[in-house]
Design a protein around this ligand. Structure first.
Ligand SMILES: NC(=O)c1ccc[n+]([C@@H]2O[C@H](COP(=O)([O-])OP(=O)(O)OC[C@H]3O[C@@H](n4cnc5c(N)ncnc54)[C@H](OP(=O)(O)O)[C@@H]3O)[C@@H](O)[C@H]2O)c1
Length: 256
C-alpha cells in the first residue's frame, strides 16, 4: 500500500474513528468498514474497541482496536504512528468522541465544565492538529467532526458546557478547513439533533424518549446509520469540493 496521495483505485483507504466503542462511533466504524475502509477503532476502553474491531474483522487485517483518550494530544500521535505502521497510511479522521451531562447551568462545577469541554472539543483541536499536519504533508486527507444541534441553538437537557464545546467544534471546523484547504485536506462537521441512542436515553430517561421524539418536526429521532453514511460521503476521495461545511441532521428542529 502506498503511503502517499489519496490512493489508487485498488488501495484500501484507512479511517480512524474516535469514541467508537459504542453508539454512533461504533456505527460509523461499521459503515466505513462495510464501504471498504480499513478502520482504526479507538476509544477510552481498550476492551470495548478491541471487541468492535474483532466483530468487523477477526483477522485484524482491516480493523484494529486501540485505546485513545481524545483529551491527550500525544495519544493522537501514538495512534497515528501505529496506524501508519499497521496499514501503511491514514486518509480519514472522524472526531466522534463526546460526552453530554444533564446538569443545570448555575450548578455546573468547575471540574465538570473543564472535563466536558476537554472531551468534546479536544478531538477537533488535537486530532485536527496531529492528523491535519500529516494529511497536509501527504496532500490529501479528510477530517469529519461530530458537532451537535446543541452547538447551534444552545441545547436543552445536555447542558451549557456541552453546547459551548460543540459550538467550539463548529468554529474549529471552519478554521481547520480554511487553513488546510490548499493542501488537499477537507474538514467538515455533521451536526445531529437527538439520535436514536443509549446516550439520549441516559440523558432524558426511557420515559422521556417519546416526548422528545414528538417534539421533533419529522417525528423521529436521528438514525445512526444515516449519520454514518453522511460521514462516509464526506470521507470520500470525491468529496474534495466540500470543506468547512456543517451538515445538519436534526429532523427540522433547527432551520437556518
Ligand atoms: N446521541 C445523540 O443524540 C447525539 C446528538 C448530537 C451529537 N452527538 C454526538 O455524537 C457523538 C457520539 O455520541 P453517542 O450518542 O454515540 O454517545 P455515546 O454513546 O456516549 O458515545 C460516546 C463515545 O465517546 C467515548 N468517549 C468519551 N470520552 C472520551 C475520551 N476522552 N476519549 C475517547 N473517547 C471518549 C465514550 O467512551 P465510553 O463509553 O468508554 O465512555 C463513547 O464510546 C458525540 O460527539 C456526541 O456529542 C450525539
Amino acid at each position: 500500500m502506498s503511503t502517499r496521495g489519496p490512493g489508487a483505485a485498488a488501495e484500501r483507504r484507512v479511517a480512524v474513528v474516535t469514541g467508537a466503542g459504542r453508539g454512533l462511533g461504533r456505527t460509523i466504524a461499521q459503515v466505513l468498514h462495510r464501504e471498504g475502509y480499513a478502520v482504526v477503532v479507538t476509544g477510552l476502553k481498550q476492551e470495548a474497541v478491541e471487541q468492535v474491531a474483532a466483530d468487523l474483522d477477526p483477522s485484524g487485517a482491516t480493523a484494529w482496536g486501540v485505546s485513545l483518550d481524545v483529551r491527550e494530544k500525544d495519544e493522537f500521535e501514538r495512534v497515528l504512528a501505529g496506524s501508519v505502521q499497521r496499514f501503511g497510511g491514514v486518509h480519514v479522521l472522524v472526531n466522534n468522541a463526546g460526552t453530554a451531562r444533564a446538569e443545570k447551568l448555575l450548578d455546573i462545577s468547575p471540574d465538570s465544565f473543564r472535563d466536558v469541554l476537554a472531551t468534546n472539543i479536544s478531538g477537533a483541536f488535537f486530532g485536527g492538529q496531529v492528523f491535519g499536519r500529516y494529511f497536509a504533508e501527504r496532500g490529501h486527507g479528510r477530517i469529519v467532526n461530530m458537532a451537535s444541534l446543541a452547538g447551534q441553538n444552545g441545547g436543552t437537557s445536555t447542558g451549557s458546557h456541552y453546547a459551548a464545546a460543540k459550538g467550539g467544534v463548529l468554529t474549529l471546523t471552519k478554521v481547520f478547513a480554511r487553513d488546510l484547504a490548499a493542501q488537499g485536506v477537507t474538514v467538515n462537521a455533521v451536526s445531529p439533533g437527538p439520535v436514536e441512542s443509549r446516550a439520549v436515553e441516559e440523558i432524558v430517561g426511557p420515559e422521556g424518549v417519546d416526548a422528545l421524539t414528538r417534539s421533533i418536526p419529522v417525528g423521529a429521532l436521528g438514525s445512526q446509520e444515516f449519520i454514518a453514511k453522511a460521514v462516509v460521503l464526506l470521507a470520500g476521495v470525491d468529496a474534495g469540493g466540500v470543506t468547512g461545511a456543517c451538515w445538519d441532521v436534526n429532523g427540522g428542529l433547527y432551520l437556518r
